[in-house]
Design a binder for this molecule. Structure first.
Ligand code: AMP
Length: 193
């Protein structure tokens, strides 16, 4: 079994490639962004708190985000057969907490799929997505904030996972199929257990 992190800037194709990976490897998908958007849709207490951060392009505070993730892991037995973490971790603190959580469950993060896409391309993709997504954060002002947050707080995770020998650098431009092919090839070198 695999536990995989799909890592990259907003608009880098994490959701799209996660969907392919689920089909291929039969993994349980946890997208923290989708989870939060579901709470917003249901107008829960958490949804209202989350919206105040998301609409400004800010991250949900670590403590809250880690608690939400752990709850998701605990309430779904299927996670034991392997998980795709899509959009989590986004900070060093979250990555450390994920290591502890995996450790406690007798497993680990096997690999981190890092999707690399230039900022100009990300902005074009997110603006295009915004025409249809109805997401409060797919507008130019919020996109710029999200990219700033990505570069200052999230990108340093690349070094964190490189030092753990888990980072797979995947060029995130080209066709969805070609990118997926590169990912599959990179995963062939990973020992699943
Ligand atoms: P995403 O769908 O992954 O682009 O996430 C949308 C928004 O949800 C982000 O811009 C954050 O505001 C929030 N979010 C999602 N995942 C996390 C996380 N791991 N930590 C903090 N905030 C998150």
């Amino acid at each position: 079994m695999f536990n995989l992190v799909v890592f990259g800037a907003p608009g880098s194709g994490k959701g799209t490639q996660s969907a392919r990976l689920i089909n291929e490897y039969g993994l349980y998908h946890i997208s923290t962004g989708e989870l939060l958007r579901e709470h917003i849709k249901q107008n829960t207490e958490l949804g209202r708190v989350a919206e105040s951060y998301i609409s400004k392009g800010n991250l949900i505070p670590d403590e809250l985000m880690i608690e939400i993730l752990e709850h998701e892991l605990d309430s779904n037995e299927e996670t034991r057969a392997g998980v795709i973490f899509d959009g989590f971790p986004r900070t060093i603190e979250q990555a450390k907490a994920l290591n502890v959580m995996m450790n406690r469950r007798g497993t680990k993060v096997h690999a981190v799929i890092g999707l690399d896409v230039a900022d100009e391309e990300l902005i074009q993709r997110l603006l295009k997505r915004g025409e249809e997504s109805g997401r409060s954060d797919d507008n130019l002002e919020t996109i710029n904030s999200r990219l700033k947050v990505y570069h200052s707080v999230t990108k340093p995770l690349r070094k964190f996972y490189e030092e753990e020998g888990k980072y797979l650098d995947i060029p995130g431009t080209g066709s969805v199929e070609d990118i997926f092919h590169t990912i599959r090839h990179a995963l062939e070198g990973i020992n699943a257990d």
